[in-house]
Design a protein around this ligand. Structure first.
Ligand SMILES: O=c1[nH]cnc2c1ncn2[C@@H]1O[C@H](CO)[C@@H](O)[C@H]1O
Ligand SMILES: [Zn+2]
Length: 370
């Protein structure tokens, strides 16, 4: 009987991250320094440790709307070219240090225009930062590739413009598009124009759906908008009836048409366990729908969402799942290959990462811990 995987072992595995917000992953000390440099005086704490704790606590509200309020402080210090380059560079370095070999990081360019930058200048600054961070990681012997997703805010009216921006920069590091923000009251069909444009351009997009709102949101994202992946998608369990408690071992499950569609079509679910517990989309890690969805072999992937607000990293999310569900190397490799298969990269490049880095990396770890 092998022992439970440790956080340290998990850090060494070659991992893939598809759902991570740039403005939800700043280092607390960087926020403090950028606030001082740019004259932002609204921070709730000046000491990095206290500030990190404040974010985790404020985000732990049980409501997506209150969780999202915390982004006011990170976005406030990401308004200049220098800040954006620095934050993006540190993001790439931090992800590489956690053993991630491929990541898609998202942010909303429209939120970074307050000091006079244009949308193009914002995108170019972030791309520059990712290049710098990837180079620094490479110099330390860590290979990471970071692709960018451009997000439009679902309560705003700039999605078509942001979609066009994503297409304009698609050959230089932007790999897709997303919509985020408060879900209830802001259905994805409000942005149909943007999604239809992207489809005509053969471009990739994901949609935050099924987090704070249920099945209608998932249904619209897939069947009206044509999303290639679902951000969170946890509420798909509302369409699944599984035996619970004493009857759980019977494995009896009844799935509705939407849940069947999602599984049949291998629609990738970008699940973010800690974030879901903080916003109330899941009761606890142990009761997170990921356990059932993995068992039913949905195309599940594991993600961080916001490392700052959740005080987490991808390895830590995996460690929590290992603890709750007893996952082993095979499960972790399955999640990782799922994620790489679902990336918005060309097929041959996905295959190269799976066969060249992920499978050999896991094989070595399994052999070492056998
Ligand atoms: O879990 C989430 N659900 C919905 N929106 C989110 C989530 N996390 C972050 N953002 C929103 O996305 C913006 C761009 O990165 C952030 O500023 C935040 O408002
Ligand atoms: Zn998100």
């Amino acid at each position: 009987m092998s022992h439970q995987l440790t956080l340290d072992q998990i850090r060494r595995a070659p991992k893939v991250l598809l759902h991570d917000h740039l403005d939800g992953g700043l280092r607390p000390e960087t926020i403090v320094e950028l606030a001082a440099a740019t004259g932002y005086t609204g921070l709730p704490a000046d000491d990095p440790e206290a500030l990190g704790a404040w974010f985790a606590e404020a985000a732990d509200s049980g409501s997506l709307e209150r969780y999202l309020e915390t982004f006011g402080h990170t976005v406030a210090v990401m308004q200049t070219r220098e800040s954006l380059v620095r934050v993006a560079a540190e993001c790439a370095e931090d992800l590489a240090a956690d053993g991630i070999v491929y990541a898609e990081v998202r942010y909303a360019p429209e939120q970074h225009l307050e000091a006079g930058l244009s949308l193009e200048e914002v995108v170019e600054a972030v791309l520059e930062g990712f290049r710098v961070g990837q180079d620094r990681a490479a110099a330390q012997g860590r290979s990471i590739r970071v692709g960018t997703l451009l997000t439009a805010m679902r309560h705003a009216a700039r999605s078509r413009e942001i979609a066009e921006l994503a297409v304009r920069y698609r050959d230089v590091g932007v790999v897709g598009f997303d919509i985020a923000g408060a879900e209830a009251g802001h259905p994805p069909t409000r942005h149909l124009d943007a999604f239809e444009y992207l489809r005509r351009e053969n471009a990739h997009f994901t949609i935050h759906a099924g987090e704070a709102f249920g099945l209608p949101s998932i249904w619209e994202a897939l069947q009206w908008c044509g999303a290639g992946r679902l951000g969170h998608g946890v509420r798909i369990v509302d369409d699944i009836e599984a035996a619970r408690g004493a009857d759980e071992a019977s494995g009896t499950v009844r799935m509705g048409r939407l849940a069947n569609y999602v599984r049949d079509k291998r629609v990738p679910l970008e699940m973010c366990p800690s974030s879901n517990v903080q916003t109330g989309a899941a009761v606890s890690i142990a009761e997170h729908p990921i356990g059932l969805l993995r068992r039913l072999r949905f195309r599940v992937t594991v993600n961080t969402d916001n490392r700052l607000q959740s005080g987490t990293a991808l390895s830590e999310e995996f460690a929590k799942l290992v603890e709750a569900f007893g996952y082993d190397w095979d499960d972790l490799q399955w999640f990782t290959v799922n994620a790489m298969k679902s990336a918005f990269l060309p097929f041959d490049e996905r295959l190269a990462l799976i066969n060249g880095q992920i499978k050999p990396g896991f094989a070595q770890l399994k052999w070492a811990t056998d």
